[in-house]
Design a binder for this molecule. Structure first.
Ligand code: AMP
Ligand code: MG
Length: 417
């Protein structure tokens, strides 16, 4: 569906560096062309299809930022108090009945339009009243507490850029501009399978030597957060023909076919060869831990990604392969999350040339932020994730970590938002 060409990725090596995989997704995957209109209430999290130009200025008119008295700055003494005659009262939603004359002030409320001639507003707390006269203090700058028309956004300027994944404040901005619908990219369609003879569905008694399928639920949740639309296609047996058929059928109606399990080099790992029987594999090993066996390819113009069966490896490879792929297909402007620097409070040894994702938690120590690593942290240990708050990311060229070394921390919240 996504119409990737078979040769849109060029990679011949064995162990692909993570950054190179990300670059491939960003540069070689073209966004899906189709767009749709959504109402504002459904716009949060969608990707804006075209630049949105402001049809009106914001605010639409000059108005007061406070409750108080609108004045002509020229009437106010440079030093000492000034006495001005109060004429007129302007509440929000109502126009001023007349322009301010020399030596006059108008009672005004937050959001009410500035009367003609007025350029500055005194907060009511700073003023004294003497019958019809308001006494204002010295020292307020010209234009204080006045909001100019168009100071938020001028008419005709870009309010929201194409490719932005809309946030609540973007939706509010569109609403402030008077729009009720926005043009967004259609959601990326993902077909999802688990594989494995040992994988059981919830609601059935657990057979001996079986375990319940957690990856499908991990991946469905992750896909929803990435803004994709998922078709849950259940669990497949470890059988090459079954897997090949299922992937082939799904590839005709989806942009991405995503599987978990069966991508290593064991005798019962059939996913790679199933893909190769009718599609093309782009890479199947990433320089990453956990998650080295992750396959990516092109099948019938759709993307294929096979993440490893171990749940933590599935999560790490989802973040590094599937999310960037979804974002590229959805035409989204990608801003890599900024890691937080912290001091390690642990020892760790790792292999060179692999990026490693330890599960960890940040704590405020006596000398700043400290990163603590989960004690039990295998690729299959789901609680290493549920009991920590983010990944401690160790760069490819790191070999050892000693207490006190600087490390980079990526909170799950930031990564999966
Ligand atoms: P595989 O990648 O198929 O070699 O699987 C690696 C490990 O992950 C094995 O211990 C599997 O039992 C486990 N695993 C595979 N698929 C799932 C799944 N859907 N849910 C939970 N664990 C899984
Ligand atoms: Mg398996």
């Amino acid at each position: 569906m996504a119409q990737l060409s078979d040769d849109c990725f060029a990679f011949g090596g064995a162990l692909l560096p993570v950054d190179q995989a990300a670059q491939m997704m960003a540069q070689q995957v073209k966004p899906i062309g189709e767009t749709e209109m959504v109402s504002l209430i459904d716009a949060d999290g969608r990707v804006l299809a075209a630049d949105l130009f402001a049809p009106i200025p914001l605010p639409p008119f000059d108005n007061s930022a406070v409750d108080g008295y609108a004045v002509r700055h020229a009437d106010v003494a440079p030093s000492g108090e000034a006495r001005l005659r109060v004429r007129g009262r302007i509440a929000a939603g109502h126009a001023a009945s007349h322009a301010l004359g020399e030596g006059e002030a108008a009672r005004i409320f937050t959001g009410a339009p500035m009367p003609q001639g007025a350029d500055t507003v005194y907060m009511q707390e700073d003023c004294k009243l003497d019958g019809e006269i308001v006494i204002v203090p010295e020292g307020l700058k010209l234009g204080a507490n006045r909001r100019l028309a168009g100071e938020d956004i001028a008419k005709g300027n870009i309010a929201i850029s194409a490719g932005r994944r809309l946030q609540p404040a973007d939706v509010a901005l569109a609403a402030a501009l008077g729009l009720s619908q926005l043009s967004v990219r259609r959601r990326v369609r993902v077909a999802l399978f688990s594989t494995g003879d040992e994988i059981a569905a919830q609601g059935e008694p657990l057979p001996p030597a079986a375990l319940y399928d957690s990856n499908r639920f991990l991946l469905m949740s992750l896909l929803a957060r990435a803004g994709a639309q998922t078709t849950d296609l259940g669990i497949l047996k470890d059988d090459k023909a079954t897997i090949a058929k299922a992937i082939e059928v799904a590839s005709k109606t989806h942009d991405i076919v995503l599987t978990s399990g069966g991508v290593s080099t064991g005798d019962e790992d059939h996913v790679k060869s199933a893909v190769e029987s009718f599609g093309r594999l782009v890479f199947w090993r990433l320089a990453i831990k956990p998650g080295r066996p992750v396959a990516m390819g092109v099948v019938n113009g759709a993307a294929f990604v096979g993440v490893p069966g171990n749940p933590v490896a599935a999560l790490v490879t989802f973040i590094n392969v599937v999310r960037p792929l979804i974002f590229s297909l959805s035409g989204m402007t990608i801003e890599p999350p900024t890691p937080i620097s912290a001091r390690a409070n642990f020892h760790h040894k790792k292999k060179k040339d692999r990026r490693e994702y330890l599960r960890g938690t940040l704590r405020q120590g006596p000398n700043g932020l400290e990163a603590e690593k989960q004690a039990v942290d295998g690729a299959g240990i789901l609680t290493s994730v549920t009991q920590s708050t983010g990944f401690i990311v160790l760069a490819e060229d790191t070999l050892t970590v000693q207490p006190g070394d600087e490390v980079q921390f990526l909170p799950y919240d930031v990564l999966l938002n």
